[in-house]
Design a protein around this ligand. Structure first.
Ligand code: BJW
Length: 258
């Protein structure tokens, strides 16, 4: 069933873009759903058939590295078949309008924002395209080529792991800090396609909302783009509910950047 474009909410959201604001964007799996990348927490989601602890924790990898590589190789193969959708493209256009007044922090590991032309991107949870050697620690961009189920480092012969942030692991040094710094300064935070339950990424929303309580700038405006209300919808200024591949391009049109 097609649903009508939430135009009243989009117009309210667009009103906040007058005067070249500083914009932080936080994206999650939903922004890539219309490209054909499954989300995590839907009933037919990415974890389907696997326990999170088995495929997205360091303990799971230590127990059965081949199973984890099978899971990530299947995802690499899927991403090789898909392309950015109009939602990714709209965010790249917004960056082109705003330049260094724009920053995009993504929880996604599919690389589709970069494929769409976004440059000011922080990959909070790593990248499906990169491997990391457990011995020499070298991080390599292997694109989306098919890897063995127990791939070996071409430099030193050590075992490779996906360069992904699993549960209980720290985010890459500097990346979260850069996002948090921008969250303290931005005028608008756009939250797209995330259930906003995974920390520290979801903490960006708290920073933008609460920074005034700690002597920082007053709270920024928070706009949520999702298919449906989430855990943070009560905290946002405008909720735009619909597929982000349709609503984000419409927002760009309304603010004159489409
Ligand atoms: C659409 C749409 C359409 C669909 N249009 N919308 C503080 C409080 C509580 C817990 C913690 C805390 N701090 C740390 C934790 C623990 C943990 C955590 O957050 N747990 C919670 C689940 C409770 N965090 C960590 O462990 C993090 N590390 C850390 O904190 O280190 C410090 C530490 C060190 C030592 C010990 C303890 C702590 C690391 C988190 C790493 C997360 N990694 C994953 C998997 C790897 C990436 C991969 O393989 O791809 O990242 S988990 C998984 O969830 C993945 C995602 O990036 C992440 C977020 O999911 P996302 O993107 O929100 O997807 P969904 O499916 O949940 O939602 C999709 C949304 O899209 C839905 O809302 C749909 O409606 C919507 N949608 N179609 C618009 N067309």
């Amino acid at each position: 069933m097609t649903r009508p474009m939430p135009d009243a909410e989009l117009r309210r959201a667009a009103d906040y873009f007058k005067g070249s604001p500083r914009v932080l964007v936080l994206t999650g799996a939903g922004v890539s759903a219309e490209s054909g990348v499954p989300t995590f927490r839907a009933s037919d989601g990415l974890w389907e058939g696997h326990r999170i602890e088995d495929v997205a924790t360091p303990d799971g990898f230590a127990r059965d590295p081949a199973l984890v590589w099978q899971f990530y190789n299947a995802r690499r193969a899927n991403v090789a078949l898909v392309s950015p959708n109009p939602g990714h493209v709209a965010l790249a256009r917004l960056e082109a309008e705003l330049g260094d007044r724009f920053l995009l922090a993504t929880q996604n590991v599919d690389g589709l924002h970069l494929d769409a032309g976004s440059k000011r991107v922080l990959e909070l949870h790593g990248s499906l395209r990169r491997t990391r050697c457990l011995s020499c620690k070298v991080v390599a961009d292997r694109g989306l080529e098919v890897l063995a189920n127990r791939p070996i480092c071409p430099a030193c012969g050590g075992f490779l792991r996906p360069d992904i942030v699993w549960f209980h692991e720290m985010l890459p040094p500097g990346v979260m800090e850069a996002a948090q710094k921008f969250a303290l300064q931005c005028d608008i935070l756009i939250v797209v396609g995330t259930s906003a339950v995974v920390y520290p990424a979801a903490g960006l929303i708290d920073i933008v909302r609460d920074r005034g309580d700690y002597g920082g700038r007053p709270a920024g405006t928070i706009l949520e783009f999702n298919l449906e209300p989430t855990a943070v919808s009560d905290l946002v200024d405008v909720g735009v509910f619909g597929p982000s591949g349709q609503t984000l391009p419409r927002l760009l049109e309304l603010i004159g950047g489409g």
